[in-house]
Design a protein. Structure first.
Length: 617
């Protein structure tokens, strides 16, 4: 019997997990953008904050459309590639630059809130630790991100309630924006942060749950993507605006020139409060101290401020993890498409690309050590994400084949014009951002050139006879015994006792056996959907062994590449209509099991009740 190749990406990201992905980026913006806005415009900054909220909403509405149009991945690289490979590469490397700074900025902001000495050193160490955890491909990051989201929303909501009685005073403190619109525009551009979450959620449409009535052949994921974007967009825009207003109710805030105060090594303007220098980078904690302390006393204010710091730090570190994961995935996809060297595709034993995870960890850690100021990292951040979003918007808006309504296309053009103006301003006014973005693009194009040159050298010459494809060595003669009844499925990782047990069960019960090998891979590309067992040495070894042991008994062989083996095992078991699923007891240590999850537990949780699970220890 020939091998059944059943590679399919499990669509297991629901609206809750998609919300966590987006909130992990958009939701963190309030932690630092409030203080940066005051540093840019003082008591006139509410107008800038309100304008930023409007832009965030515009980008969100546009990406609702993009997620509808590209249910198999709507990030800038995937959605633009069919229009222009060069444009998609530019967008991809701008996005890589953004993810690098996102990891660095989020980590630094987390430790600014915790108030530790030398926060940039703690941030660099945290990035290295999170990267090391990603080496094992942990499975629970989406759920953990959602769990962090809930207390963040609750704590921020409480802060707004305590600040509400001071809104009248805040309105009186608001000063008009300067008459010089050049100054206003420069201030607005300086606080354009935390927009890359929409790129992350657009890239994740390929693993989102399908709409009811939708199929893999004609997918649609709007019930997941639209809910997530609308929920997060509403919370971020409303809460950020209210927090910006509440900040104006604080008396005595002053702006001081940047420098090395507080251990920083940047040049952005600082914000000082009475008895609290440098509150720019922990403005929400200071607001909690003041507003809660005004009602419940100074001690309660200090406690609430500490709670805000801890919750926001956890959310920010979750954003670091999301950024590192996005960096790993994008590098792997670029390598698979031949845009960067093929060495980026090498996987470790846990299905995680080795070189991409090293770069995704080391580069942000080094960046936060060299640019150890929130304002300095914010300058670098915007140039990448704004450029990537602008590329995605203009490519979609000008695609005449895309099913886009007239008003949606017009909105995309308008939003692109604003994003393009912001990008041009950043290149003119922010020399560090210009150098950073140009360096990332230059490195990317050099790597692309190397990859293309290597690919040409690897191509066989016209006189070389092409290799014949390996024949399917697993065909079998008709069984000499009668095998009937409900079939069984055994999922194995190697030759061993579990495989021998499954073959013995088949011989004893006279039931057909499906033997499944799942190649775990944390990042999947289109090429993986058509990948076969012939190119997998481990699968060949297992299937050949089983063929020799089974003789003429009816063993059927299944092969799949999946980022979620448990989902794939259950999906194939249900599709084949098996009565039993056999798994071997894992031999990994307790720490790795905790990080990655227990596949037996996961399978038992989602396996249909009419299918029995047998664990061979």
């Amino acid at each position: 019997m020939s091998v059944i190749s059943s590679t399919r990406r499990p669509r297991n990201v629901d609206a809750r997990r998609a919300t966590a992905i987006l909130y992990g980026d958009w939701g963190t913006s309030k932690a630092y953008v409030i203080g940066l806005a005051f540093a840019a415009a003082g008591y006139s900054s509410f107008g800038l904050i309100a304008a930023m909220c409007v832009l965030t909403a515009l980008v969100g509405i546009n990406y609702i459309t993009i997620c509808r149009l590209y249910p198999d991945g709507g990030g800038v690289y995937g959605s633009v590639r069919h229009r222009s490979e060069i444009l998609s590469i530019v967008g991809a490397f701008l996005l890589l630059a953004d993810y690098i700074v996102t990891a660095a900025l989020s980590a630094l902001s987390a430790f600014e809130y915790l108030g530790v000495p030398n926060p940039h050193q703690f941030a660099g160490l945290a990035i290295l630790v999170i990267g090391a955890l990603n080496y094992f491909g942990p499975r629970h990051t989406g759920s953990l991100a959602f769990l962090v989201t809930i207390p963040t929303v609750a704590v921020v909501g409480l802060l707004i309630l305590f600040a509400a009685p001071h809104f009248g005073k805040a309105v009186q403190n608001i000063r008009p924006l300067p008459d010089d619109w050049g100054v206003v525009w420069a201030g607005f551009v300086s606080i354009i942060l935390a927009l890359s979450g929409v790129e992350a959620i657009a890239s994740a449409t390929g693993v989102m749950k399908l709409n009811r009535g939708s199929t893999d052949e004609r997918p649609l994921v709007t019930q997941t993507s639209t809910k997530a974007i609308l929920w997060v967009m509403a919370e971020v825009c409303v809460f950020t605006a209210l927090l910006g207003l509440a900040m104006h109710g604080l008396d005595g805030l002053t702006i001081s020139p940047g420098g090395n105060s507080g251990g920083h090594h940047g040049s952005g303007a600082q914000v000082d409060a009475p008895g609290n220098p440098g509150v720019r980078d922990y403005m929400l904690r200071y607001m909690g101290n003041v507003y809660v302390g005004h009602v419940l006393g100074p001690t309660a204010g200090q406690v609430f401020g500490a709670v805000i710091s801890i919750v926001l730090a956890l959310l920010l570190l979750s954003a670091v993890n999301t950024a590192i994961g996005a960096l790993i995935g994008l590098q792997f996809v670029l390598s698979r498409d031949g845009e960067i060297p093929r060495g980026m595709q090498k996987l470790n034993a846990f299905g995680v690309p080795v070189l991409p995870i090293v770069l995704a960890t080391v580069v942000p850690a080094l960046l936060v050590m060299f640019v150890s100021d929130v304002s300095g990292l914010a300058d670098l951040y915007a140039v990448g994400v704004v450029g990537a979003i602008a590329v995605n918007l203009i490519a979609t808006a000008t695609d005449r084949k895309a099913q886009v309504r007239t008003w949606e296309r017009a909105l995309m053009f308008g939003t692109f014009a604003v994003m393009a103006a912001i990008e041009i301003t950043l290149f003119i006014n922010k020399p560090n951002a210009r150098v950073f973005a140009a360096s990332i693009l230059a490195i990317g194009l050099i790597l692309r050139g190397i990859a293309k040159e290597w690919e040409q050298k690897r191509r066989p010459s016209p006189t070389t006879a092409p290799e014949q494809p390996e024949q399917d060595a697993l065909s079998a003669s008709e069984p000499s015994e009668a095998f009937d009844g409900p079939p069984m499925l055994c999922a194995v990782r190697g030759v061993g006792r579990t495989l021998d047990f499954a073959l013995a069960e088949m011989a004893e019960t006279k039931r057909p056996l499906y033997l499944l090998y799942v190649r775990e891979q944390k990042v999947l590309t289109e090429q993986d959907r058509t990948r076969t067992w012939h190119s997998d040495a481990d699968a060949r070894k297992i299937f050949s062994y089983a063929k020799e042991k089974a003789g003429d008994r009816p063993v059927r062989y299944c092969y799949a590449v999946s980022e979620s083996p448990a989902d794939t095992i259950v999906d194939i078991a249900a599709t084949l209509g098996v009565s039993r699923v056999m798994l071997g007891s894992p031999k990994r240590g307790s720490l790795i099991t905790m990080l990655r999850g227990n596949i037996i537990t996961e399978v038992s949780r989602i396996l249909p009740e009419d299918i029995h699970l047998i664990v061979h220890a």
